[in-house]
Design a protein around this ligand. Structure first.
Ligand code: OKP
Length: 381
């Protein structure tokens, strides 16, 4: 239903943090994300993590029906000292050297070009600005619209288009500002291995990731994303992986949220919530197979907002990650933010949602994950 003429029914708003300079990270062309020209294709496509996707996200929030609920804020460059709260000095030195040398392919699909380092510092700093805004009490819901993405970036390693872990840095800022506990829910279709790694030994940060069951993908991504990666030491039971079968869909995700994520977060009682979003879990994304539609994203937004209202006086940071269908990613972002605003009516209809869904396989997998957690995870006992 398109009800773009509806007037605001809640006084709520989302504070978006954005900097134009993030567009100046060029990822080139090739066969999808390989950065390779095989020589036999007439038309090479842009690397999926290109600036077009983010341009559409900016413009749908500026001109789409949700625009009346959005307020725009500037970001900033991160300081090197801030990067060291999550990353190692050696790794940051490696990135700065790569920038000085005019660029470097750091790992599969992950290229630092002239302009990329500055864009990365803007993405990190802009996410920190968004978090600070919440910590200062200047707003309840802040959204860091950033690229390059961050959730694969580990303390000492680049991975999966990511250099700096934007969300991880923001979480660390919250902890360093006296916040006792943070819950991170990552719905990008890929495992948020970098964020998981950063807080793997911590029981102050609950990292939950719902993802496609893609497994490890080489030396930059040794983590499997399977249920048995539960954290270590004090952090055991505070990293929860929810690998979902291909085609899980809206109802499958809702089931996983209801059966696994909500109970864990409720028991954890976070002081602050972070929703890490990638629209690559959509039905039309070239980089994922999870088949969410706008309604699925909307429902996830609602659920997370409810958790924030219940546990964190509504304080919620949303951080942008992947999402590679240049049109649909923007629509799914719009829907997610509608959900986070808990608007009673949808503002924008789905131009693509007419594919059938079968959640049966997902229900089976979620039930088996629940069984596994009952034996091993404190939050589930
Ligand atoms: C970034 B994000 C290597 C495959 C690597 C990388 C996907 C990165 C996605 N052979 N695929 O989480 O959306």
């Amino acid at each position: 239903m398109d009800s773009s003429t509806t007037s605001p029914l809640t006084s709520e708003r989302i504070d978006v943090f954005w900097e134009e300079g993030m567009l100046k990270h060029y990822t080139g062309t090739g066969v999808f994300d390989t950065l390779i020209d095989p020589g036999f294709l007439e038309v090479l496509e842009k690397h999926p993590e290109n600036s077009d996707r983010v341009k559409n996200m900016v413009s749908i929030l500026k001109k789409g029906p949700i625009s009346q609920y959005i307020s725009w804020n500037a970001g900033r460059l991160a300081l090197i000292s801030e990067l060291l709260t999550f990353h190692t000095q050696e790794y940051i030195d490696e990135l700065m050297q790569a920038d000085k040398d005019g660029g470097k392919i750091l790992c599969a699909g992950t290229i630092l070009n002239p302009g990329s380092w500055k864009a990365s510092l803007l993405a990190a700093g802009t996410t920190l600005s968004a978090m600070k805004h919440i910590l200062d009490g200047s707003g309840k819901i802040a959204y860091a619209l950033v690229r390059p993405p961050g959730h694969h970036a580990q303390p000492s390693r680049a991975d999966g288009y990511c250099f700096l872990n934007n969300a991880g840095l923001a979480v660390q800022l919250a902890l360093d500002s006296g916040c006792k506990s943070v819950a991170v829910i990552d719905i990008d279709v890929h495992y948020g291995n970098g964020t998981a790694e950063g807080f793997y030994r911590s029981n102050n940060v609950l990292t939950v990731s719902l993802h496609m069951n893609h497994g490890t993908w080489g030396p930059s991504h040794p983590q499997s994303g399977l249920v048995d990666e539960l954290g270590e030491g004090e952090g055991y039971g505070f990293n929860l992986n929810i690998p979902l079968p291909n085609g899980t869909g809206d109802r499958g995700y809702e089931y996983a949220m209801n059966e696994l994520v909500i109970p864990a977060v409720q028991k954890f009682e976070p002081a602050l919530m972070v929703l890490v979003v990638g629209q690559d879990s959509s039905a039309f994304d070239p980089n994922g197979r999870q088949c969410l539609t706008m309604e699925g994203y909307r429902e996830i937004g609602r659920i997370v907002r409810k958790l924030a209202d219940k546990h964190t006086v509504g304080r919620l940071l949303i951080v942008q990650e992947g999402g590679y269908h240049v049109t649909y990613a923007a629509y799914c972002l719009h829907a997610t933010l509608e959900g986070a605003l808990s608007l009673p009516l949808s503002l924008l209809s789905d131009p693509l949602a007419y594919y059938p869904e079968d959640e049966a396989l997902a229900v089976k997998v979620v039930d088996s994950i629940k069984q596994c957690w009952k034996d091993k995870v404190l939050l589930f006992q």
